[in-house]
Design a protein around this ligand. Structure first.
Ligand SMILES: Nc1nc2c(ncn2[C@@H]2O[C@H](COP(=O)(O)OP(=O)(O)OP(=O)(O)O)[C@@H](O)[C@H]2O)c(=O)[nH]1
Ligand SMILES: [Mg+2]
Length: 196
């Protein structure tokens, strides 16, 4: 587990985007999939990132610095949130795209997928887009506590087939803590110089 995770920078618009010179892992996924909750669980702090049962809670790019490992976890606004205006959705999509493109500090995008659902077109589009940028995708399935074992294994196997993965996506739960340690290990292994 990380020693400390602190919010270092919040970005609302493209012109606020600046280089953040440390390795970065971004958490991406549909609105309400559990990005901010996962960040809280990973940090061991319940109220670090704002969460809500109303989709569209995170409206900015939030850079959380992890020490002493020295990297950023970046909480992104969710996509596919239908109830906000089209112009607002377009603005977020552009901001996220600009962040993901040509960012040499980005070492991977954690694609969060709802374990209760079979693969969704919108999630496939995100993964296709990230892959097209030459960025690694780390698929992770959220809310495992909310899903019967049979269903989550079916959905997990479906994702593994679609992504041609050697391993199935990791099933996690921010509520029960299931596999949070394993997820943390996955992250740390990706760092350019993993601590000894
Ligand atoms: N049962 C269960 N509920 C979860 C879990 N993770 C998140 N939730 C719930 O799902 C809802 C959305 O969680 P958030 O973490 O705000 O989701 P988000 O992906 O950050 O959403 P946006 O900021 O809108 O994109 C909240 O009501 C959470 O309590 C989980 O592991 N298990
Ligand atoms: Mg959020």
């Amino acid at each position: 587990m990380p020693s400390t995770v602190i919010l270092e920078k919040t970005i609302y618009t493209i012109d606020q985007l600046i280089e953040m010179p440390l390795p970065q892992l971004a958490l991406a996924g549909r609105s309400n999939v559990g990005k901010s909750s996962l960040l809280n669980r990973l940090s061991g702090r319940k109220n670090l990132a704002k969460i809500s049962s109303t989709p569209g809670k995170t409206r900015s790019l939030n850079f959380y610095k992890v020490s002493p490992e020295d990297f950023y976890l970046v909480d992104l606004p969710g996509y596919g949130y239908a109830r906000c205006s089209k112009s607002e959705r377009d603005k977020w999509a552009k901001l996220i795209a600009r962040y993901l493109q040509n960012n040499s500090w980005l070492i991977g995008v954690v694609a969060l997928l709802d374990s209760r659902l079979p693969p969704q077109v919108m999630d496939m589009e995100l993964i296709g887009y990230i892959t097209s940028l030459g960025v690694d995708v780390i698929p992770v399935m959220t809310k495992a506590d909310k899903c019967k074992q049979n269903a989550r294994h079916t959905n997990q196997a479906a994702w593994q087939r679609l992504l041609h993965g050697e391993k199935p996506p990791l099933l996690v739960s921010s509520h029960s803590g299931m596999n949070i340690d394993k997820l943390w290990q996955l992250f740390v292994q990706r760092l350019p110089h993993p601590p000894a």
